[in-house]
Design a protein around this ligand. Structure first.
Ligand SMILES: [Zn+2]
Ligand SMILES: [Zn+2]
Length: 184
């Protein structure tokens, strides 16, 4: 009889001699069942991955400029809180229990300055939310922090700003990078 070359079972890794066909890839029936199961699972996982990717892409396509603005604001505000880490609340000058990033000129009244670093500072939640920004002491302390000319610049009129989606995505990435650098 011709010497049959031993093969390596794709399921269990043992060396085996093919009994019927030289194309056999597994050593036994149990191994062939397990191997088939594994192949089915692989196919399903691949399909699932494709579906998930599709869902992600559809979601991305549905995102509006306003969604991107909100996402950037979250990241920008986080960066402000880290930039001002260790400082007191810009308004009441106490260590903030709950840290907020407080806009001097609010997003609603002056959207042009919503991502202006000079316009946003660490503030306690009490001053930011319940005192509506507590703006009188905010102004006094802001003058001390950034100087009267910068405060007057913030208080002047600003050109309307229109961000495109790619611009907002890039800005978000930039602030994420800044956060990374501050938390290193
Ligand atoms: Zn086997
Ligand atoms: Zn405060």
């Amino acid at each position: 009889m011709k010497q049959i070359k031993k093969k390596i079972c794709r399921q269990c890794g043992c060396k085996f001699k093919p009994r019927f066909k030289t194309t056999e890839i597994v050593c036994s029936i149990p191994c062939s069942i397990e191997y088939a199961k594994k192949q089915t699972k692989k196919k399903q996982d691949k399909k699932l991955k494709e579906i998930n990717k599709d869902v992600r892409e559809r979601k991305k396509a549905l995102k509006t400029t306003s969604d991107y603005l909100k996402e950037l604001q979250v990241v920008f505000n986080k960066w402000i809180r880290l930039r001002d880490e260790g400082l007191n609340c810009i308004s009441c000058n106490k260590p903030p229990k709950k840290k907020n990033a407080g806009h001097y000129r609010s997003v609603g009244s002056c959207p042009e300055l919503r991502f202006e670093p000079l316009n946003v500072h660490l503030q306690c939640e009490y001053c930011n939310t319940f005192q509506h920004g507590n703006l009188i002491p905010y102004r006094q302390n802001l003058i001390k922090k950034i100087g009267i000319s910068s405060v007057e610049w913030l208080e002047s009129n600003h050109e309307p700003k229109h961000y495109s989606k790619p611009e907002l995505i890039i800005l978000k990435e930039e602030y994420k990078e800044k956060i990374k650098n501050l938390t290193k």
